[in-house]
Design a protein around this ligand. Structure first.
Ligand code: NAD
Length: 284
């Protein structure tokens, strides 16, 4: 029987624990944990993501500060907002929904977020600290994947993990977290030769390429764990980077899309916000 990894279930457990920590924070400090959510422009998918993240926060008792800027916002407008949020003591976490409109310098904005409030874990400081194995706010999606593996007792140590994708928000930090947990890691990308042969060596296969159903049964070693990070819009609704139907006959455990990694990314944002607030208050 193939195990279907239930991200909604693990995310619900994570939110429940976060809600307890939020209550505890309130009792200890008399304050409320706050997350600033910044959305620039009117991309409908980004608006949906932001609304879901705000709902998650409301559920656990985190206050959100909603900042919606028009498509015409300038770099100076956004930069001024980030400066204000960095120094606002009621804001413990800052989330800038990506992608930003083309005319804005995304790298500069991310780098400007105070690392202590960088709940997405995207700043050079937090990614660098992750690379060095130091305490850091970790990128939400890779952290969520690790939590899923942990929850289902899927051992990583000594296993061959293949990560398909090398983006800064998923593939690279995912590889670091797997390595940190003593996996032997191979990173594949768009120039990789003979992708199926490399994927077939994986005990743990993480797909994060953004190509619908790129990986079918031929890419999967019998008994492997398959984690599908991909979220792609198609005529059939949301589909992952893995052909779920075909892969589930070969894998021993697999995440569905939707309902796998996606809910965990949101849950890790909530958890990172709580962690950020706790650290800021212990330093105050
Ligand atoms: P990206 O476009 O920044 O990076 C894609 C990576 O895949 C690149 O490194 C590229 O080299 C590699 N790639 C592209 N084509 C390939 C091919 N044919 N063979 C091998 N590698 C190939 O994308 P991203 O931001 O890392 O996101 C990847 C996917 O994950 C997307 O579908 C995105 O929507 C999804 N995503 C999901 C979550 C979640 O919460 N589940 C979070 C972030 C991203």
């Amino acid at each position: 029987m193939t195990l279907i990894i239930d991200g909604n279930h693990v995310a619900a457990i994570t939110r429940k624990k976060a809600a307890e920590s939020v209550r505890d924070f309130g009792q200890r400090t008399g304050g409320q944990i706050g997350l600033a959510v910044v959305l620039v422009g009117d991309d409908p998918a980004s608006a949906v993501y932001v609304n879901m993240k705000e709902q998650d926060c409301a559920e656990v008792g985190i206050r959100t500060f909603d900042h919606r800027l028009s498509e015409a916002a300038t770099q100076a407008d956004l930069s001024k907002l980030i400066d204000d949020l960095n120094t606002d003591n009621s804001v413990h976490g800052i989330l800038v929904q990506l992608p930003l409109p083309q005319h804005l310098d995304e790298e500069a904005i991310i780098a400007q977020i105070s690392p202590e409030k960088d709940v997405d874990g995207f700043t050079p400081e937090n990614l660098g600290r992750t690379l060095r194995g130091l305490d850091a706010l970790r990128a939400c999606t890779p952290l969520g994947v690790m939590r899923l593996l942990e929850h289902y007792d899927i051992d990583v140590e000594g296993k061959h993990a293949v990560v398909v994708g090398r983006s800064t928000i998923v593939g690279k930090p995912q590889s670091l977290l797997l390595l940190e947990n003593n996996a032997t890691v191979t990173i594949c990308h768009s120039r990789t030769q003979d992708l199926p042969a490399i994927c077939r060596q994986a005990d743990i296969l993480v797909a994060a390429a953004g190509i619908p159903k790129l990986l079918d049964a031929d890419y999967i070693k019998p008994g492997a764990t398959v984690i599908d990070v991909g979220i792609n819009r198609s005529d059939d609704g949301l589909v992952g980077d893995v052909d779920f139907e075909a892969a589930s006959h070969v894998a021993s455990a697999i995440t569905p899309v939707p309902g796998g990694v996606g809910p965990m990314t949101r849950a890790m944002l909530v958890e990172n916000t709580v962690t950020a607030a706790q650290k800021q208050c212990s330093q105050a």
